[in-house]
Ligand binder design. Structure first.
Ligand code: T6T
Length: 344
């Protein structure tokens, strides 16, 4: 049973994987923090504490990855392994690659990583594999997954479809929509965009006005959304594909006085996006379960290191949870909101 953070109660990681297989589910400066303090672990399985698992997030300052780090840290404590958490403070391939090299020099027993680009991180990751260190991607992944011991992510394509469906329904299945995405070449947000565009295509009276990239910057997303609203008077909806796009798109729609007229579908619940959701500016937020992803990743690495590789699925899809303005205060939903600080 996977009871991690209560988020995936009654769904074991193996069940999640089987469900996915069956298709049933719908850098500025380097920041280095040791997230796990195994000293607090009560029952350390014998010999396990010799293992060190490294987790490199997409960026260290994002509540999505902070929540993932907390899930991983809790699992590491439980298993009595040491967790190293190291990453860049902004989303940048240029800044992530040196972190990957630094971590390789530390020779962890396993690497968990959210690559910031589907291609550029392949060569640095391959160095771990050459050194006999298994690699599991968590959240984002590579185009070539054949070199990985496993990958864990949310059902991103489905999340994008759902965003399109929600906007379409609210808009009466007509009008123009826009996408404010992060950076091209990111597996998760690329899949969300693809799901969104595929779903919009199914509505004959709807079309896509524009797709723009905000480089993971909420301020750029806000400016872009403001300009999109001015340029496309028939706009009925906008999709912010992650937390920063959500913040920027929501703020621009609110400031333009268009809440409830231009519908906003977005990703990732943290204080600013939750506020916009509860105000009725963002209409739907796709929530992921980053703590479950982090915990499962540590468990999988541990399985590999303890000779149970066969227990580790090649691909695990963690289900999305959907928050709307109407359900945004319910405890069944608020328990999925992300954390903003790393637990010690
Ligand atoms: O949406 C998450 C993550 O899933 C995505 O890969 C990158 O952006 C976030 O970290 C949110 O900022």
């Amino acid at each position: 049973m996977n009871k991690r953070n209560g988020a995936a109660k009654n769904i074991s990681r193996r069940t999640v994987s089987l469900l996915s297989v069956a298709g049933l589910m719908a850098a500025g400066s380097l920041a280095s923090v040791v997230a796990a303090s195994p000293s607090g672990a009560s029952a350390t399985p014998h010999a396990a504490s010799k293992f060190t698992i490294a987790l490199i997030p997409g960026l260290t300052t994002d509540p999505f990855y902070i929540t993932m780090g907390n899930g991983a840290s809790a699992e590491a404590k439980k298993l009595g392994v040491k967790l190293i958490w190291q990453g860049a403070s902004t989303w940048s391939t240029t800044l992530q690659i040196p972190v990957v090299k630094t971590v390789l020099a530390e020779h962890p027993n396993a690497l968990l990583i959210a690559p910031t680009d589907v291609v550029a991180l392949k060569a640095p990751i391959e160095q771990f594999i050459k050194a006999g260190i298994p690699v599991i991607t968590v959240d984002t992944t590579l185009t070539d997954t054949s070199i990985l011991a496993g990958r864990i992510t949310s059902n991103n394509f489905q999340g994008g479809q759902l965003a399109a469906e929600t906007i379409a329904k609210l808009a009466g299945y007509k009008g123009q929509v826009a996408v404010d995405n992060t950076v091209a070449g990111v597996s998760t947000t690329d899949a969300r965009q693809a799901g969104f565009l595929a779903q919009i295509k199914t509505y004959k009276n709807m079309s896509v006005a524009t797709v723009q990239y905000n480089n993971d910057s909420p301020t750029l997303a806000e400016t872009q959304t403001k300009n999109i609203v001015l340029k496309y008077p028939k706009l009925v909806g906008i999709f912010g594909t992650n937390l920063y796009g959500a913040q920027g798109a929501g703020t621009a729609i609110k400031n333009a006085g268009k809440a409830g007229k231009i519908f906003v579908a977005a990703y990732d619940p943290e204080p600013a996006t939750v506020k916009l959701l509860q105000q009725g500016v963002i209409n739907v937020l796709v929530m992921q379960q980053p703590a479950v992803e982090g915990a499962d990743a540590v468990q999988y690495a541990y399985d590999i290191l303890t000779g149970h590789k066969s227990l580790v699925p090649k691909s695990t899809l963690v289900p999305n949870v959907i928050a709307t303005t109407a359900n945004s205060h319910s405890p069944g939903i608020t328990k999925y909101f992300y954390q903003s600080t790393l637990s010690k």
